[in-house]
Design a protein around this ligand. Structure first.
Ligand SMILES: [Zn+2]
Length: 418
C-alpha cells in the first residue's frame, strides 16, 4: 500500500514529527541505559587496582617445523607456545612468554608435538625471567591426561628445567594441566542443563566475542542464592575440575531437592573465555587480572557477570559466593568479616574435617581490602565470599573427594532447620 501526499508541506510535517519523536526515543533510551548502569553499584576498596585495558600480545598460531623432522603446533584453543628452536640433534628450546607484564608467574604451556624420525627428544623450557609452575602432563588425544613419568623430568639445582619424550609420527599433546577450552566448558554446561534442573544461558560476550555462559536455577519462592564462579585465571584447571565435582554432588545428592526448594543457584563456569582459549597465563583479552576488577567492573566479562547476578537475585539475595581457583596448595581464602551466613562456612568446613581422614581445613582469612570476588560478595550482598583454591598438583582423587565433600557440607548446612 502506498500513501500519497498532496503537498510538500505535508511531507515536511510528517518528517518533522518523526524526527521529533525519534529525538525523544533516543533521549528515553539514553536515560534507560544510564538507569541500568546506575543499578549496578560500584565499590571502592581500600587497595584498588587499575583494571583498565592494557595491550596484549597474542601468540602466532602456527606449526613450528624443525628441519622437517620434528614438529610442534599451537593451533588449538588453550594452546601456548611462543617459540621453538633446535639446540642440537635431539634438544629443543620451548619458549613461553606471557600475554603482557607485569603478571603473576604462571607460565602456561600447551602444544602438540610429533616427529618423522621416531626417537627420544629433549625439551628445555624457557620462561624468560619467570619461574616454573606447571608440571608437564601428556595426552594422546587432548582428552585424557596423565602426569609425565617423573623419570623423564630433569631438574637443575632442584629446579625444573627440562623433560624428555619418546616421539613418533603420532601427535602427542603436552601441557601444564588438562587443556579445557571455553567450548568444552560450554559443552559441560549444556550437558548438565539437559538433565533438566538447571537452565543453560548465554549472558553476553567476552571482549573478543566468545560466549559468557551460565547455568541457572531460579525459583521465585527461593529466599537466597548461591553463586559459583570459575576460570577467571585460565590455567587454573584443578580449581575448575573441583567445581565440576562440587556441582555434580550438589545436583545429585539426596538433599539436592530440599536445597533447591529453598535456594537459587547461579554458575558462571568460564568468566575469562578469551584468556582460556588464547592460552593466557592469567589475564583477559583486555590484559587484566579479572579477579582484581570486582570493584568498578572495567572489564566487560566481570561487568556482565555482575549485572547478571544483580538481575537474578533481586528477590533472593546472594548468601554464598564460591570462586574456584588453583594455586600451589589447597587453601580456602575467606573474609575475616562476620556475616549472617558464617554458619554455612563453619558447617561446611567441619563436615569436611569429620568425613575426610586426617584432614584439617586450611583456611586463610583476610580483611576486605582488594577488589576480588570474595570481597565483592560481601560488599554487594553481605554474603559469605570464599576463594576455593586447589593445589596445582593435587591428585585427582583428592580434588574429587574435597569437591564432593564441600557440596555435601553446604547441602547439609542449608537444608537444616534453624
Ligand atoms: Zn586464581
Amino acid at each position: 500500500m502506498f500513501i500519497k501526499f498532496k503537498t510538500s508541506s505535508q511531507i515536511q510535517y510528517i518528517v518533522g514529527k518523526w524526527l521529533r519523536n525519534s529525538f525523544w526515543l533516543v533521549v528515553l533510551l539514553v536515560a534507560c541505559q544510564q538507569k541500568i548502569e546506575q543499578q549496578v553499584p560500584v565499590f571502592h576498596f581500600e587497595d584498588p587496582f587499575d583494571t583498565s585495558d592494557t595491550s596484549v600480545v597474542f601468540q602466532e598460531r602456527k606449526v613450528f617445523d624443525q628441519d622437517s623432522i620434528l614438529f610442534t603446533d599451537n593451533q588449538f584453543d588453550g594452546a601456548r607456545i611462543n617459540d621453538f628452536e633446535r639446540l642440537d640433534d635431539t634438544t629443543f628450546l620451548v619458549t613461553i612468554t606471557p600475554e603482557n607484564e607485569p603478571i603473576n608467574p604462571s607460565p602456561w604451556y600447551a602444544f602438540r608435538v610429533w616427529s618423522k624420525e621416531p626417537g627420544t627428544y629433549y625439551f628445555k623450557m624457557n620462561y624468560g625471567s619467570f619461574r616454573h609452575r606447571y608440571y608437564p602432563m601428556i595426552s594422546s588425544d587432548g582428552e585424557s591426561w596423565v602426569n609425565l613419568d617423573s623419570g623423564l623430568v630433569q631438574y637443575d639445582s632442584g629446579n625444573f628445567s627440562s623433560f624428555k619424550l619418546e616421539l613418533t609420527k603420532d601427535t602427542l599433546w603436552v601441557a601444564g594441566q588438562h587443556v579445557i577450552s571455553s567450548n568444552k566448558v560450554a559443552q559441560w554446561a549444556v550437558d548438565l542443563a539437559r538433565e533438566g534442573r538447571l537452565k543453560f544461558d548465554v549472558i553476553g560476550q567476552s571482549k573478543l566475542g566468545r560466549r559468557l555462559v551460565c547455568l541457572k536455577y531460579l525459583n521465585p519462592n527461593s529466599k537466597g542464592t548461591v553463586v559459583v564462579l570459575s576460570r577467571q585465571h585460565p590455567p587454573e584447571v584443578t580449581g575448575y575440575r573441583a567445581m565440576q565435582f562440587f556441582m555434580d554432588e550438589l545436583l545429585h545428592h539426596e538433599l539436592s531437592d530440599a536445597f533447591f526448594d529453598r535456594y537459587n543457584l547461579l554458575i558462571y563456569p568460564c568468566i575469562n573465555p578469551d584468556g582460556v582459549d588464547h592460552g593466557h597465563w592469567r589475564h583477559s583479552a583486555g590484559g587484566v587480572d579479572l579477579n582484581r576488577d570486582w570493584g568498578e567492573y572495567l572489564q566487560t566479562e566481570v561487568k556482565q557477570v555482575v549485572k547478571d547476578i544483580y538481575k537474578e537475585t533481586s528477590t533472593a539475595p546472594v548468601i554464598l559466593g564460591i570462586d574456584f581457583h588453583s594455586t600451589y596448595r589447597d587453601v580456602f581464602y575467606t573474609n575475616d568479616t562476620i556475616t549472617s551466613y558464617d554458619y554455612v562456612k563453619e558447617d561446611w568446613f567441619s563436615y569436611m574435617e569429620k568425613t575426610i581422614n586426617n584432614y584439617e581445613v586450611n583456611e586463610k582469612s583476610s580483611a576486605i581490602k582488594r577488589p576480588v570476588s570474595k570481597s565483592w560478595f560481601y560488599a554487594a550482598f553481605g554474603a559469605q565470599g570464599i576463594t576455593y583454591e586447589v593445589g596445582d598438583n593435587t591428585i585427582d582423587s583428592l580434588i574429587e573427594l574435597k569437591g564432593r565433600a564441600s557440596a555435601r557440607g553446604i547441602l547439609m548446612s542449608l537444608t537444616k532447620s534453624r
